[in-house]
Design a protein around this ligand. Structure first.
Ligand code: ADP
Ligand code: MG
Length: 594
């Protein structure tokens, strides 16, 4: 435990907040420990200062506060809430305070006793290879050596809080070392020498910025979900949010994404809706195979978990802990995806603490600073160029679970203002088991995908018009609808069934590489842009039923296999059997097709 800088006495306890009186100086966000006498001995409960007023400070306690009384001592450390960085983080399950919970992952349901804090990095030896040389000039973030962590090269860097320039004075020879062993000594201009190990600390609420510059996120972060990659893409280093009512498929969609997304590392901050949900994640995850390596997906995953049965403050901590770990791996030139599920639970924690602080409430009793806190969270995503010229990224995807699925609430609205893409799930679609239940008409993205936007806009327009026809048909019936309108409706329904919906249980369909998406989207585009020769609606309906069936079979064939080519020619034959011509508005786009 950290050194004690100061102490205070508890003068008030209100849920997870304690108020202390102190002499001297107390810093905002510094960590303190409430000393609690129990029959098993003295426990030190971790807490964070969230307000200082004169000689009083309020602390949020990351543990159950049962038993804390007036007059109890609080020891203040002078340090901000921080995580430990170093090799060995991958594959672990942590709680919000970075306590490793392997037992929790196995036993599902075991939670740490309060007041117990464990070392986050495993006690093992790493094969260290120096990359710097004695005499080199180095600065924060520069690599001194490397170790292999699973399939990645983990850079052993100059700690990010060492802001001077240094000369490398000594460097350990290649060999096996634990994270606590001295692997380098660096010297500042004044001649002070600093011994370095493979691990160091960084405060979770401060963004890691030991890079050369931030770049604009442009390249897509491929999820292999067609609807997302083609229509509402996410950029590497970008941000997106997935709001949706309870049970609409937010968590499943994040799990699918964590398995298939084209990134190096996935970090999951699971602030569960229910205790059971987090347990499910912990149980399922280690069993998932990494499509890239065939090994366990956990090898390139970190899970930070909290359930609603843990104190609210721990949820906030887990979101920031996850983010800081993501930024750490970005410093190694890796692409990291951070998935936060659900940010609403975190916002509720803020609301609860704000209520205890008796702050002036904003909309729906959320604190007035909700928006700025959410904005600064998503702002920590980004694509960066590191000092050695390589690039790394942190992409953030957060779910939001608004009560009743109403997106007009403060957390969804605050998130919408800052993210680059919005993947709204709808109850109507999940009830109809149209998965992923992203509502194509509500969702949007500011990023560019790999398919020509001219073509996606054209398809999007058919979806909207098809939806209008469907609404109208509810009123006037099929008889009252013209055959032209009816065909628009059939086309939009076809696009939805064979492209927007995707079967997450099918071994082929569950993950569609982007070159396959581009290819089959061109086939669909020909169908959407075709003018078709039908006399009666029944004929049109039967034709589209047939087309849909062929296309679903096509979706199940191996990419570029013989069956794939066969199905495709069947589809194109069926198309030409009824095609009169093409929509003139699509003429230019059709020319670009292969
Ligand atoms: N893509 C999908 N494919 C098949 N079933 C799904 C899919 N997404 C969700 N479901 C079903 O819906 C249920 C609820 O999904 P979940 O992700 O837990 O919802 P949420 O996190 O939005 O509350 C799942 O247990 C599963 O049965
Ligand atoms: Mg969920």
């Amino acid at each position: 435990m950290a050194e004690i800088q100061n102490t205070g006495k508890v003068v008030g306890v209100n849920g997870n907040m304690v108020t202390i009186e102190f002499a001297g100086k107390v810093l905002m966000n510094e960590v303190g420990y409430v000393k609690l006498q129990t029959p098993q001995g003295t426990k030190h409960l971790k807490a964070e200062v969230i307000r200082v007023r004169g000689n009083k400070a309020d602390l949020q306690v990351f543990e159950m506060t049962r038993g804390i009384g007036i007059g109890d001592t609080v020891e203040l450390t002078g340090n901000l809430l921080a995580v430990t960085l170093g090799p060995g983080l991958l594959g672990q399950v942590f709680d919000g305070l970075q306590n490793p919970l392997p037992e929790l992952a196995e036993a599902c349901g075991f939670f740490l006793e309060r007041g117990v804090y464990l070392d986050p990095l495993p006690e093992k030896e790493w094969e260290f290879s120096p990359v710097a040389k004695v005499g080199d000039t180095v600065a924060r973030g520069d690599a001194l050596g490397v170790v292999s962590e699973g399939i990645f090269t983990h850079r052993i860097m100059v700690p990010f809080d060492m802001y001077d320039t240094y000369k490398v004075k000594s460097l350990a020879p290649p060999g096996e070392y634990p994270v606590t062993a001295k692997v380098a000594e660096i010297e500042d201009v004044k001649g002070n020498v600093y011994p370095l190990t493979m691990k160091f600390q960084w405060p979770v609420k401060r963004a890691i910025d030991a890079y050369a510059e931030r770049l604009k996120p442009v390249d897509p972060m491929v999820t292999k979900v067609r609807l997302i990659d083609t229509f509402i893409p996410v950029a590497k280093g970008g941000t997106y949010c997935i709001p949706g009512p309870f049970g609409a498929g937010k968590t499943v969609l994040q799990q699918i994404t964590s398995r298939n997304a084209e990134v190096d590392i996935v970090i999951i901050a699971a602030c569960g809706e229910r205790a059971g949900e987090v347990v499910e994640t912990l149980r399922d995850f280690p069993e998932l195979a990494d499509p890239r390596t065939g090994n366990s997906l956990m090898e390139r995953t970190i899970i930070i978990c909290n359930t609603s049965s843990m104190p609210v403050a721990a949820r906030e901590a887990s979101v920031y802990t996850a983010l800081t770990l993501a930024e750490y791996y970005r410093q190694m030139g890796l692409h990291v995806l951070l998935l936060a599920d659900s940010t609403s639970r975190w916002a509720q924690a803020m609301r609860e603490m704000s209520g205890r602080l008796e702050e002036i409430p904003g909309e729906e009793a959320f604190p007035a600073y909700l928006e700025s806190v959410i904005a600064s969270f998503y702002e920590r995503a980004g694509l960066v160029r590191l000092k050695d010229g390589s690039t790394g990224s942190v992409t953030i995807g957060g779910t939001v679970s608004p009560a009743g699925g109403n997106f007009e609430e403060p957390v969804t609205q605050a998130t919408l203002k800052v993210v680059g893409a919005f993947h709204g799930l709808s109850r109507e679609r999940s009830d109809a088991r149209k998965y992923p239940a992203i509502d194509p008409l509500e969702s949007w993205s500011k990023y560019k995908g790999s398919v020509d936007p001219g073509k996606t806009d054209y398809a999007w327009d058919i979806l909207f018009r098809g939806n209008d026809v469907a609404q109208m048909m509810k009123v006037v019936g099929e008889e009252g609808t013209s055959i032209e309108d009816y065909i628009v409706y059939l086309k939009s329904d076809f696009l939805d069934a064979v492209y927007l919906q995707q079967n997450s249980f099918d071994p082929v369909d569950n993950a569609v590489p982007v070159d396959r998406q581009e290819h089959i989207f061109d086939v669909i585009f020909r169908i959407l842009a075709a003018t078709l020769d039908f006399q009666i609606k029944d004929e049109a309906r039967q034709y589209f039923n047939r087309m849909r069936q062929l296309f679903l079979d096509y979706n199940g064939t191996g990419w570029n296999s013989d069956e794939f080519a066969e199905k495709e020619s069947e589809i194109l034959m069926l198309l030409s059997s009824k095609q009169k011509g093409s929509d003139e508005n699509a003429a230019m786009l059709l020319e670009t097709l292969s």
